[in-house]
Design a protein around this ligand. Structure first.
Ligand code: 13P
Length: 252
């Protein structure tokens, strides 16, 4: 049976004071939940704060982006080794906001995936189509292409230490969640693509759903056979909502 994972993506939100308040509430709530790994992907400047608050708690943390380079003259960039220095376990790569707003293409995302693993981090690889792509019925072509970029550069074996997050762009921050059936169909497609190369690995691969997951819809999404948890944006900033979503990921 695949273990469940719920990741909070704080995006560019927070302050020392707000984080302290949030972490004080999250910690006991998340620790009381069995059978679900929870992780918080926070802005770089708050990694030390999160590390101090969560060390030894069983709750993991990570970042939202990583450089594809190990070190060097790359002003403003942060390497995987730097993230490891602050105890990060996970890092999001290829989030649609990075792809759309910062021009990250499949090749660069694949390089970041590889750099993350090279530094000992578990990448959470985001894939997903835009509304226009869905309406043009090319969802599988787009998601397949995003996946192939990583499979081609790292090889299917690399997915042993990785997580995939299906995040339809039209569902992110819009309140318009994919239906459990829509999400399940794409999750099954992803598992199938990986499974054609390595069936055993595909059966153990965790695939998260992201896009307007709330306490009210989490349970029905997580009940689908190929949905192994969630990648949560807005609701990860509200302690009781994130705790409820993580609790919903417990095997029903
Ligand atoms: P929302 O949960 O706010 O829709 O964001 C999803 C997301 O982008 C997580 O990475």
């Amino acid at each position: 049976m695949r273990s469940r994972l719920v990741a909070g993506n704080w995006k560019m939100h927070g302050s020392l004071a707000a984080n302290r308040h949030l972490l004080e509430r999250l910690k006991p709530g998340l620790q009381a939940i069995d059978g679900v790994q929870c992780t918080l992907c926070v802005p770089y400047p708050y990694l030390a704060q999160v590390e101090a608050a969560l060390a030894g708690s069983g709750i993991a943390w990570g970042a939202q982006n990583v450089s594809e380079w190990p070190q060097g003259a790359y002003t403003g960039e942060v390497s995987g080794a730097m993230l490891r220095d602050f105890g990060c376990r996970h890092v999001i790569v290829g989030h649609s906001e990075r792809r759309a707003l910062y021009g990250e293409g499949d090749k660069q995302v694949a390089a970041k995936f590889q750099a993350a693993q090279g530094a000992g981090l578990t990448p959470i690889l985001c894939v997903g189509e835009t509304l226009q792509e869905r309406e043009s019925a090319v969802t599988e072509i787009v998601v397949g292409r995003q996946l192939a970029a990583v499979l081609d550069s790292s090889g299917v074996g690399a997915l042993v230490n990785a997580v995939i997050a299906y995040e339809p762009v039209w569902a992110i921050g819009t309140g318009r969640t994919a239906t459990p059936q829509q999400a399940q169909a794409v999750h099954a497609f992803i598992r199938g693509v990986v499974g054609r190369q390595d069936a055993k690995l595909a059966a153990g691969l965790r695939i998260l759903y992201g896009g307007s997951v709330k306490a009210a819809n989490a349970r029905e999404l997580f009940a689908m056979p190929d949905i192994d948890g969630g990648l949560i944006g807005g609701a990860a900033l509200v302690a009781e909502d994130f705790i409820a979503i993580c609790a919903a990921a417990g095997r029903n």
